[in-house]
Structure formats: C-alpha cells, structure tokens
Design a protein. Structure first.
Lengths: 145, 148
C-alpha cells in the first residue's frame, strides 16, 4: 500500500517535470519578432515594439540592411544585433521613430548599447506614434524598469 | 528614417529618395501612401486613413492582383486609381472602386467620394471611426478621399 502510493507520486512528479520542460522549450524561442508590419495592432500582447518610422510604420532600408520594425518581450541590450545575415549582424539601431509598450511594466529606452546614455522612460501600455527629438533615431537598447 | 517606401510620390523623386534612405534622417515626418497595409484594423498606422478591399478590414486580392488589397494615407488622395505607375505593364496600380471597409486613425472627419477629385456621392465618417462594412451605396465605389 505504502509503496504503491510512492510509485504514483513518483509518476506524477515525472509527468509534471516533463510538462515544464516542454512548456519552457516552446516559449523560449519566441522572444523577438522582426518585421511585424504597420500599425499599433501589429505588436503582440506582452511585447515592446519599435518601428523605424513615425505612426508605427515599418520602413524599408537600402539593401535591407536593417529591420523596419521589431518586438521583444525581454530586455534588449544591443539593438544592432537582432539577427545574423550572410553579410554580418542585422538590427535596428539608431533608427526608431515610434514605440509601443504592450506590457504592464514601465520600459526604459537608451541612447547607447548596454542601457547607457540618455534614458527615455514610458509607462505601462503607452503608445508613442512619435518620439521626442532628443531620442528619435537614437535608441540602441531597452529594458523593463 | 527615410525609407524605400512604395509610393508614386517617392518614386517621382527617384534618386533623392534613395539618397535619403542611405543617410539617417532626423525627422520621421513624411506624407505618403502605403500600399502594403495588412489585414486587421490594428494594421493602420496612427494618424492615417486606411481602406481595405474586403469587409472586416481584410486585405483582398482585387482584380487578380492588378489592384491593391489595402492602402493607407496621411493626406488627401484625389485619385485612388493612381498610386504607383508600373512601368513594366504600362499601367497605373491603385484601389479604385474596391474599398469595403475603412479606418480613420485621425482626429479629423474624413470624406470619401464616388468619383475622382472629390466628386459624386459623399460618405463622411468622424474622427477615430472604424467601419468594418461601409454602406451599400458607397461600397466598391470610393475613388477619392480627403480631410473634411
């Protein structure tokens, strides 16, 4: 009787652990999405999104060398390195002109990589179709704050 | 940022627009037309007016792709039939007489018209209004629009 119960417990424990691993593996990949499209409705729930043009417009770049928009649900310390291409790193550094915060936390954007330089802080759920000129085309990193 | 946006206006300035795309600009203000608006009312940029060829803000495939399935602009558009001149096919590409749903993401009223140059029947909507279905008398008939 006693040993049977233990076995059942063990079985349950394993199943729970397995479920956790699977869940972690599925959600871990979806942290950054690039080229999400125009419009505030393009930003996933729980994400912070940035566009290279004002009014949440996804711009295009010569030789497609930068992203026109992207979103993330985690801190980004170097916006210059969001992805790799055959010619090197691809990102969206120093071109952001509109941002949207689809999280319940405040978000701080920074002039430099590694959360340095001028800081632009916005509140939960805020939408900024245009940015103050001192930070426009200058954002290089951001984090929950 | 300046960009390689897909607009007739931009194409008209050609080399200047290309040069602007390379050099990081200081302003994000630019009046133009977007022809790659996707499905969903949330896909319309802030402060813009958007039109979709199908109901419920669905980007359709009008005229078998000869016309755009959704477009947006932040300025008056007197001729919805002429957004981009396609030199390969020697024809203008637009979205005339196709719109079935519209979004007004501006603080102004917007008037849509049956004919080019703001003529014929007028369909007026208020600031921030979203119409998943436009009235039958103007459906598939919008040919121009302006702030009003």
């Amino acid at each position: 009787m006693f040993s049977k119960r233990s076995l059942t417990r063990l079985g349950l424990g394993t199943a729970v652990a397995a479920g956790l691993v699977v869940a972690a593996a599925t959600s871990a990949g979806a942290t950054t999405v690039t080229n999400i499209g125009h419009g505030a409705g393009s930003c996933p729930a729980g994400y912070i999104c940035l566009w290279s043009e004002g009014n949440f417009i996804q711009g295009g770049f010569v030789y497609d060398h930068k992203f026109g928009s992207f979103g993330s649900n985690q801190n980004i310390s170097d916006m210059g390195k969001l992805g790799r291409t055959s010619t090197g790193d691809k990102g969206m550094q120093d071109v952001t002109s509109s941002v949207l915060n689809n999280t319940g936390s405040s978000i701080c954007f920074y002039e430099h990589n590694g959360y340095g330089g001028a800081e632009f802080r916005i509140g939960p759920w805020e939408q900024w179709p245009s940015l103050p000129s001192w930070i426009n085309d200058r954002i290089s990193s951001f984090k929950y704050c | 940022m300046r960009d390689l946006r897909r607009t007739g206006l931009r194409l008209a300035v050609g080399a200047a627009a290309l040069a602007g795309a390379i050099v990081a600009s200081t302003t994000s203000a630019s009046a133009s037309v977007l022809t790659d608006i996707q499905t969903g009312s949330g896909k319309c940029p802030a402060n813009w007016v958007c039109l979709w060829s199908d109901y419920n803000f669905v980007r359709g495939n009008p005229a078998g792709g000869y016309d755009y399935g959704a477009v947006g602009s932040d300025q008056n558009v007197p001729d919805m039939g002429k957004f981009v001149y396609e030199s390969k096919s020697w024809r203008w590409k637009g979205m005339q007489d196709q719109a079935s749903s519209v979004v007004n993401n501006t603080g102004s009223s917007i008037c849509f018209y049956e004919h080019n140059g703001y003529g014929g029947a007028e369909f007026r909507i208020g600031p921030w209004e979203k119409w998943a279905t436009v009235p039958g008398w103007i459906n598939d008939r919008i040919s121009s629009f302006k702030y009003c």
